[in-house]
Design a protein. Structure first.
Length: 318
């Protein structure tokens, strides 16, 4: 009897993450990337730093990565504007490594959690002027995000580690406004994406965690209303990506999730999640307080522009 119970429990542990794991891809026109490549490592396999270095030696830079249904999924390209990248694979959030690289002029350009580890990419060649991150209870994160929006910073990365959402924001001229939506099913997220496309918003981030989908949308400072497509768990990655490449839609973002279900874990190993200590800058200069919240810059309070005339076709916008 004990053996039967143990085997049943083991089967549940093995099946639960696989059932929840996601592969989310956003593709987009008018990206500057050339010679884009991608690969997956396979479920529960480590990220191959050797492959990354081979492509670095061929003048490509990491433009997105995530832990997905196919394991680590990486895309790299030339002409991304990024250069001189640093890669860190760590069991814990590499706070000291991030601070050291900030001081050397690097900024976080990709980050993801999966298979029990963090992968963080930091780069030069960006127009970033400030960068910060947070990981704590969402109510506190949401308030912090709004304060950062008011101060002119934007969400650029998001990842769920099984307990908290990690959010990275920076001050950049790439966007003029931003917001986010939640959905408990992918069909509901599709509806929300269509609603945002109809008012000329672009889908910037799609992630999954804690049994919910997170979608971040934005207005680009240049070339807004780009042709976009997105997909969840395509039956053939190779065929889908090639189809979008043929439509001149390059991979702009890869999302996934660690696959954990909601839990009541009581571990307190996340000491870096002290919300009073989450606003970081690459220098030790004083951070001015945000402007009054009566004049927010985020789109929730901005007038809604008229719908675009572009036609929405299936999972993509032309």
């Amino acid at each position: 009897m004990k053996r039967r119970v143990f085997l049943s429990a083991l089967l549940v542990l093995l099946l639960m993450p696989a059932r929840a794991q996601q592969t989310l891809i956003i593709s987009e026109t008018r990206l500057p990337y050339t010679s884009q490549v991608w690969w997956t490592e396979g479920s529960r396999c480590a990220l191959s730093e050797r492959k990354v270095r081979e492509h670095w030696n061929d003048d490509r830079q990491i433009t997105s990565l995530a832990y997905t249904k196919q394991g680590w999924f990486v895309t790299m390209a030339r002409d991304s504007g990024l250069r001189d990248q640093q890669l860190k694979v760590s069991d814990d959030w590499p706070e000291n490594w991030i601070r050291s690289n900030w001081n050397a002029g690097y900024y976080i350009t990709s980050m993801a959690h999966g298979n029990g580890e963090w992968v963080v990419v930091m780069s030069k060649g960006t127009d970033y002027r400030e960068q910060c991150y947070i990981a704590c209870d969402w109510d506190e994160e949401a308030e912090w995000i709004h304060e950062c929006w008011d101060a002119g910073l934007y969400i650029t990365s998001a990842s769920f580690n099984g307990r908290y959402w990690f959010i990275v924001m920076w001050r950049t001229s790439d966007y003029t406004s931003q917001g986010y939506v939640w959905a408990t099913s992918f069909s509901r997220m599709q509806d929300k994406v269509s609603e945002k496309w109809d008012i000329d918003r672009n889908i910037q981030i799609l992630e999954y965690g804690d049994e919910e989908y997170l979608g971040v949308y934005c207005v680009y400072n240049e070339d807004n209303g780009r042709g976009q497509a997105y997909v969840r768990n395509p039956s053939s990655l190779k065929n889908y990506i090639q189809e979008k490449w043929d439509e001149e839609k390059k991979i702009s973002y890869i999302g996934g999730g660690p696959g954990e279900y909601k839990s009541s874990r009581s571990d307190d190993n996340y000491t870096y999640c002290d919300c009073s200590n989450t606003y970081h800058r690459p220098t030790n200069t004083h951070t001015p307080p945000p402007p009054p919240r009566t004049q927010p810059t985020h789109p929730q309070t901005q007038p809604t522009p008229p719908p675009t005339q572009g036609k929405i076709v299936g999972g993509g916008r032309r």
